[in-house]
Design a protein around this ligand. Structure first.
Ligand SMILES: Cc1cc2nc3c(=O)[nH]c(=O)nc-3n(C[C@H](O)[C@H](O)[C@H](O)COP(=O)(O)OP(=O)(O)OC[C@H]3O[C@@H](n4cnc5c(N)ncnc54)[C@H](O)[C@@H]3O)c2cc1C
Length: 273
């Protein structure tokens, strides 16, 4: 995709996107709005498009938000129920969705598609695909896009090296790998830590299978919950939004902050989550 799009991995990336969206809106008018294009409609792309729409509505800014996905439907790993719910919410927030046509190139001011006409943009955010850190590019282990292949015990081709999270492709059988999500990274990390200790003691390693505890997706100030388990119990409704979904999403973020700091820090951050 070249050097033109923003990518989104760190806080600095997010602040850069924010600054560019703000500057583009400042130069735009109602007759000539700024166009913000988000490429890739996975978790990151959907939530980013939602945040830009939230910014637009909060500041009454002249911005068109366009979400582009190569495959026929947004959130490709999801089932049709959550895909439909997400599409409904995104369209309700006046986000234009373009599917079924991949972005093939990006210049400094427009993107090109396989079939569609070129689309001019003011800000382009690329979220179409997870890449591992550049430090892994020259490592002599099986990898794809800087993500290390690991077996279900989290061990890579070198038995001294374990991999979890976004920098890994952890075998889940049937040619599947674990998803690049916080939920998967967290689960795998516990098993990897134990397996490092087991390897040192020359004990058999545990295997790990991803346990999907549901999906929580925010679209600005709203959220959608799907197939969610709370403390191991499935929620009575499969897909829901509004306040319960928003509280669950905020609760998951607060729980993470509490785990790495304290509940008082988590509660102080509540309004900003
Ligand atoms: C916009 C966005 C929205 C998302 N939404 C969700 C969601 O709703 N739910 C969900 O489950 N997942 C979500 N994800 C995915 C989730 O954030 C990742 O899957 C998860 O953070 C992966 O954890 P990790 O520990 O592998 O990597 P990271 O969280 O990226 O942590 C890697 C750490 O390593 C550090 N590091 C990098 N290089 C070096 C180096 N050379 N030396 C030392 N340290 C280094 C980095 O600074 C970073 O702190 C989202 C991701 C994005 C970008």
């Amino acid at each position: 995709m070249g050097e033109h799009p923003h990518t989104l991995k760190s806080l600095d990336d997010a602040l850069d996107v924010h600054e560019d969206v703000k500057a583009a809106a400042k130069d735009a008018t109602r007759d000539d709005p700024a166009t913000v294009v988000v490429g890739g409609a996975g978790l990151s792309g959907i939530q980013s498009a939602g945040e830009v729409a939230e910014f637009r509505d909060r500041h009454n800014a002249p911005i068109d938000v366009v979400l582009v996905e190569a495959l026929p439907e947004i959130f490709p790993p999801g089932d049709s129920e959550i895909q439909g719910a997400l599409r409904h919410r995104l369209e309700e927030r006046d986000i234009e969705i373009l599917t079924d046509d991949p972005i093939t190139a990006a210049t400094a001011d427009h993107i090109e598609f396989d079939e569609r006409e070129d689309l001019a943009y003011d800000v382009f955010l690329w979220t179409g695909g997870v890449t591992g850190p550049s430090e892994l590019a020259d490592v002599d282990l099986d990898a794809e896009h800087n993500r290390l292949q690991a077996s279900s015990n989290l061990q890579t081709g070198d038995e001294r090296v374990f991999a979890v999270g976004d920098c890994s492709l952890v075998d889940q059988g049937d040619d599947e790998v674990a998803p690049p999500t916080a939920q998967a990274a967290w689960q795998a990390a516990d098993v990897a830590a134990e397996n490092v200790a087991r390897a040192i003691d020359d004990r058999p390693l545990r295997t790990w299978t991803y346990d999907d505890q549901g999906t929580l997706v925010s679209i600005g100030e709203t959220a959608i919950a799907h197939d969610v388990e709370v403390n191991g119990v499935a929620a009575p409704v499969r897909t829901f939004n509004s306040t319960p979904a928003k509280l669950l999403k905020k609760g998951a973020a607060a729980r993470w902050i509490a785990k790495i700091t304290s509940w008082s820090r988590a509660m102080k951050a509540w309004d900003a989550l």
